[in-house]
Design a binder for this molecule. Sequence first.
Ligand code: ZN
Length: 196
Amino acid sequence: MQILTYPHYTLRYKSKPVTRVDAALRKLVAEMFDLMYEANGVGLAGNQVDLPLRLFVVNMAAEQGQGEELVFINPVLSHPKGNEEGDEGCLSLPGLCGNVVRSKQVHVQAYNLRGEEFSADVDGLSARVIQHENDHLDGVLFTDRMTTAGKLAIRESLEEFELEQKSLRDLGELESDQEIELRLAEWVQKYCQPSE
Ligand code: ZN
């Protein structure tokens, strides 16, 4: 497992609801936490590690053994209140940051790895992180939410990421979008089937 960087195909994939949690998925989630800590992140979404599933992990402490490890499966955000500007970065856009307006407060309802439903009203940095991660599940990156001027300021950096991916592809070191799509479909087949 590795963290995908922009503009990887899976980062734009609209993730599917999870209908089954098994030992293998719990192991994948544990690996997501490991990767997140390695990268000093506070949140990581499924499609950032090539999993087309509606789940993300958060630990505001960004350090193993500290803070609280939270897993959000099939999260639903509602009741946004207020607006707040703040700086954001993303493990899939290393080195880049920018100003994004987010709701100050939001209600989140989700399931944990034991299949238990939980909900909370969150604000401050937690609210920002949860909105950022939830966006990932819809294939949305924080750069999409920047102002026109903000986007202009990071245009060159994004182009560098794009060029890098193109050269990887030219070297045959990156699958085609069709190959990726097929692999994602296998995950969906395994974890997103409606129960009978
Ligand atoms: Zn991100």
